[in-house]
Design a protein around this ligand. Structure first.
Ligand code: ZN
Length: 422
């Protein structure tokens, strides 16, 4: 894996291509970019053939051990790895520890173990069990085992220090087992940077992790709901200064467009894409604008035009962003980047979800039909919303790369936050 940087804006925002991905080294991934969020290899609500009607999907599929751990014996018996087990073909597999869109109870880590929570409850992982799982899954990359229980803002300095120490010890053990394993030859390991909200511990974690033979870095414990964006930006800026330029940085647990933008500006390359999934689950459609092109004709063809919410909807949706409170509820609460199609006002609204959006849902259906599907609990609602939300989110990342390339991140930020003055 090699990150070729085409441009670095103001010393930090990075545009480039990750090349030589996968065991055959044939895949690439543009950064800033995101991974494909899945439950057990499937994008929720979509079959593989429906998924592949979408264009510009990420080349890397994310699966999580919290979903997979309880199937270890079946996978070991199957022998051919998770990709084949789940019927995935031309995609790279990245295996992370937790699912950022699922709750993960705290208080269960020890010096030697971390716990993941699947549908059948808690599963305790030692490094040996963690590595046996990686051999059964056979991913292209995986996140090393980590003690990430320090995201709550009342965590003590002593607990944060312990988390950094444990995570480094887990990484060393994982790397040792990895180097001695034939099955994992050609597979890449991402080291995990912890450190809670303490800048010195963040820097220590980054420096020490960077000394190990890792292919990239996961920035953990900075998720939406754990801290405000100003502190997150400050911590990420301190961390990315310590990391080698040619290796990618993946931020876990952050997916809101405004937060993604701010994190790209301080040197984050990769994100997870659980955000459109959360939007779909609450019956909403992404509708924020990301059109930065100055040529309106081209913009109309290439990118969805902005959808204007009426004032009271905008006010309600905006509340969660500007009240300064952060809590885990923030992850499931509606944001100002989406419209709530369950709302009665859409029952006779015959416009597409987003004017100008080229997705299957917007080309074939109206808001009124989606409203009807949602209030009658029809499964098709989830299918159509996933198609639109996935396309819209990928469109945003494409605009993000265009903005870094053209030094237009300020314009994009104003578009996304709906500020009209330029
Ligand atoms: Zn659409």
């Amino acid at each position: 894996m090699k990150l070729e940087l085409a441009r670095v804006v103001r010393g930090t925002g990075r545009l480039g291509v990750l090349r030589g991905l996968g065991r055959t080294a044939q895949h690439s991934l543009e950064v800033p970019g995101c991974l494909l969020y899945t439950h057990l290899g499937a994008v929720p609500h979509l079959t593989q053939d429906t998924l592949h009607t979408l264009s510009s999907l990420p080349s890397v599929t994310q699966v999580t051990l919290s979903n997979i751990a309880e199937h270890q014996e079946v996978l070991e018996e199957f022998k051919d790895g998770f990709r084949k087990f789940a019927g995935l073909h031309d995609t790279l597999l990245y295996c992370s520890l937790h699912d950022s869109a699922a709750p993960c109870p705290t208080g269960y880590t020890t010096n030697k173990t971390v716990s993941v929570w699947g549908s059948g409850g808690r599963i305790e992982l030692t490094v040996a069990k963690f590595m046996a799982l990686q051999k059964a899954v056979q991913p292209d990359w995986y996140q090393s085992m980590a003690d990430g229980e320090t995201w709550q803002n009342n965590t003590s300095r002593k607990r944060v220090r312990k988390s950094v120490d444990r995570t480094l010890a887990h990484l060393d053990e994982c790397l040792l087992a990895h180097q001695n394993s034939q099955e994992l030859e050609g597979v890449e390991v991402f080291g995990v940077v912890e450190g809670g909200d303490i800048p010195e511990e963040r820097v220590r974690s980054a420096r020490e992790t960077a000394k190990r033979p890792v292919a990239g870095f996961c920035l953990d414990g900075l998720q939406t709901g754990s801290m405000d964006q100003a502190l997150r930006t400050q911590l990420i800026a301190a961390v990315t200064k310590e990391l080698p330029e040619e290796k990618p940085r993946l931020l876990q647990g952050v997916g809101r467009p405004d937060e993604v933008l701010a994190c790209v500006e301080v040197g984050v390359d990769l994100f997870e894409s659980f955000f459109p999934f959360q939007v779909t689950e609450r019956g909403c459609a992404l509708c924020f604008s990301f059109n930065i092109s100055l040529d309106p004709e081209r913009a109309g063809r290439a990118l969805p035009a902005v959808l204007e919410l009426n004032e009271d909807e905008r006010d309600t949706a905006g509340e969660t962003q500007h009240n300064g409170d952060v809590s885990l509820d923030d992850q499931t609460r509606m944001t100002s980047f989406e419209m709530n199609l369950k709302d009665k006002r859409y029952h006779d609204d015959f416009r597409p979800l987003v004017e100008g959006c080229g997705c299957y849902c917007c080309k074939n259906h109206q808001r009124a039909y989606l409203h009807h599907l949602l209030v009658t609990n029809e499964l098709l609602a989830g299918v159509l919303l996933t198609i639109h939300n996935t396309a819209h989110y990928q469109g945003f990342f494409s605009a993000l790369r265009e903005a870094v390339a053209g030094d237009k991140l300020d314009i994009l930020r104003r578009r996304v936050l709906r500020e009209r003055k330029e």
